[in-house]
Design a protein around this ligand. Structure first.
Ligand code: ADP
Length: 543
């Protein structure tokens, strides 16, 4: 028997309409370096409508891809509003991709129009002649004439295009399964792969972001979205904010610890989201330049493992709880969030908070071992994590229908490439990425556990661990770290003595000025492997 319920499609136009009317007083503020430029959600609704009309006038129709090459700012937020709502597809281009990859993804997605921030013209201008499908470029926040247009491409001023348009738009009713946005993985190996999110998946995901067991976003929040809008849709924060009327603070290009601290001081957000390297940079800055940040009710950390030492530092020195979360571009990205069960002692509750998190009802998870098959969720058995659910991708975007990397999918499940364990009450603890695990003498060493143990030393700013070949043990860990001047490998190894098993203690240490980072700010282990392979690292070998 079918239900009697109305079959109302979950469309992002509804979210935009709702956020910009019911929550018209909520705000989006973009940092300028010395203050914010602020618009209300009401004004955002008008700007989005003007943008939708402007894009329509440039020939953008249903399912056409509109790229953005932008910082997190008001104009990017208007694109988040307008593009999906008008039935087109928002493609957030990662401004930090390698040039070849950037050109590849824009051509692969067949972007028709790209909205570019004027400050990024020097970079974008280099790519534009190679973008085969782009016909129009809108330059926001600056002089459009600074961008040279190749034959067949027209460059427009974003502000001029919008000024000529009406401030209301009659958004179409779209199939909720239609693509609303797309994002490419950062392609640590091979070409980046495209994931396209549907109106339905983004709507449901927004609800999950807002649940109390998720990020608990509400109209009382003001969220500092440090995670780039080109990194897995800024973890769902923009659309979730429209859903509940949470104000947003956008850092634009000001992503160093000092300006972030300044934004915190002026805007006093209640919530913030970023990868661990941003938080550890901020922590070091705040230790040297103390400031009250207790206006943050919580900050969410994901994208790579949050070091427990960092979580404690924020909570104990700054009174800000750190919420650990796990996800992927392929999972929209919210997979799980580490809110502990109720009624536990503080110590026990920390154990849960260190984990990658508890899966919500809509994300199913299983662990698969190549030989033993599906493993139990007993908190001990280890396997590759596979997930499925309404906001987990079922394939990679392919313009011609040819399957891309089908090995990432297993009988309706997404193979995450992450290895971990799950407790009976649904908490995931990741051991490592399968390609980063160190296989030493038939045993596994988790590079993440070693990194966390090394970073627990107060004199260590950053530490990444990779596997390197070893004659006797096949592989052994190499620690690449940024440390205070007088710290020695011997001291660090001694520090690890009571933290990791004896056989896991690393012999190889390289102290560097900076650990290389990926385009989304994670430790770039591929680059570190290259540095090792090219003999670029100065390695101390302990006995
Ligand atoms: P990329 O693969 O380019 O880094 P993603 O941001 O999609 O892009 O990365 C997803 C991966 O990031 C996950 O598969 C996992 O390995 C890692 N990751 C995400 N969150 C966490 C976390 N909380 N702890 C450990 N690893 C994480």
């Amino acid at each position: 028997m079918l239900s009697t319920m109305q079959d109302e499609p979950l469309s992002l136009a509804t979210l935009l309409r709702y956020g910009s009317t019911v929550h018209s007083a909520a705000e989006v503020s973009t940092w300028t370096g010395s203050g914010s430029r602020t618009i209300t959600f009401g004004e955002l609704g008008e700007q989005s409508a003007r943008l939708a009309h402007g894009l329509r006038a440039l020939g953008v129709g249903e399912s056409d891809r509109v790229g953005t090459f932008m910082w997190n700012n008001n104009e990017h937020m208007a694109a988040y509003g307008a593009v999906p709502a008008m039935g087109a597809v928002l493609h957030t281009l990662n401004i930090r991709l390698f040039p070849g990859q950037l050109v590849y993804v824009a051509n692969h997605a067949e972007d028709k129009v790209v909205i570019v921030d004027a400050s990024l013209i020097p970079l974008f201008g280099k790519y534009l002649p190679e973008l085969k499908t782009v016909r129009h470029v809108l330059v926001a926040n600056g002089d459009a004439s600074a961008l040279e247009a190749p034959a067949g491409v027209e460059v427009h001023s974003y502000e001029e295009v919008l000024a000529a348009q009406p401030s209301e738009y009659d958004y179409p009713i779209v199939d909720e399964r239609a693509a609303a946005a797309m994002c490419y993985t950062s392609g640590t190996t091979g070409d980046p792969k495209g994931v396209s999110y549907s109106h339905r998946s983004m709507w449901l995901h927004s609800m999950q972001v807002c649940t109390t067991n998720g990020m608990a976003l509400s109209n009382e929040d003001k969220t500092l979205a440090i995670v780039p809008m080109f990194h897995a849709m800024s973890w769902g924060l923009p659309h979730a904010s429209l859903m509940v009327g949470a104000s947003l603070v956008m850092p634009d290009r000001f992503l160093q610890p000092e300006p972030i601290a300044q934004i915190l001081a002026v805007e006093k957000p209640t919530f913030a989201a970023a990868v661990p390297t941003i938080w550890s940079g901020l922590l070091h800055h705040l230790d040297a330049n103390p400031q009250d940040i207790s206006h943050l009710r919580e900050v969410v950390v994901g994208g790579s493992a949050a070091p427990p030492s960092m979580m404690h530092a924020f909570e104990e020195r700054f009174d800000v709880p750190v919420l650990h979360a796990w996800g992927m571009t392929e999972t929209s990205p919210l997979g799980c969030v580490a809110r502990p069960p109720s009624g536990l002692t503080t110590e026990k509750s920390w154990e849960y908070r260190y984990s990658q998190g508890r899966f919500p009802a809509s994300v199913q998870a299983r662990l698969v071992d190549e030989i033993e098959g599906v493993m139990p969720h007993d908190g001990e058995a280890v396997g590759e994590l596979e997930v499925r659910g309404p906001w987990i991708t079922a394939s990679y975007y392919s313009p011609d229908g040819a399957e891309i990397d089908p090995s990432k999918f297993n009988d309706g499940w997404l193979r995450t490439g992450d290895v971990g364990k799950i407790t009976p009450d649904g908490y995931l603890t990741l051991v490592d990425r399968s390609k980063d695990i160190i296989k030493s003498g038939g045993e596994w060493i988790s590079s993440v556990d070693l990194e966390n143990a090394v970073m627990a030393h107060g004199g260590v700013a950053e530490a990444a661990v990779i596997a390197v070949p070893d004659e006797k043990w096949d592989e052994r860990p190499l620690v690449v770290a940024v440390v205070e001047e007088d710290l020695t490998p011997e001291q660090l190894r001694e520090f690890l003595g009571d933290k990791v098993a004896r056989w896991q203690l690393p012999e190889r240490w390289a102290f560097v000025k900076e650990v290389p980072k990926t385009s989304v700010g994670k430790f770039d282990k591929k680059r570190i492997r290259e540095q090792f392979g090219n003999g670029e690292l100065d390695i101390t070998m302990l006995d």
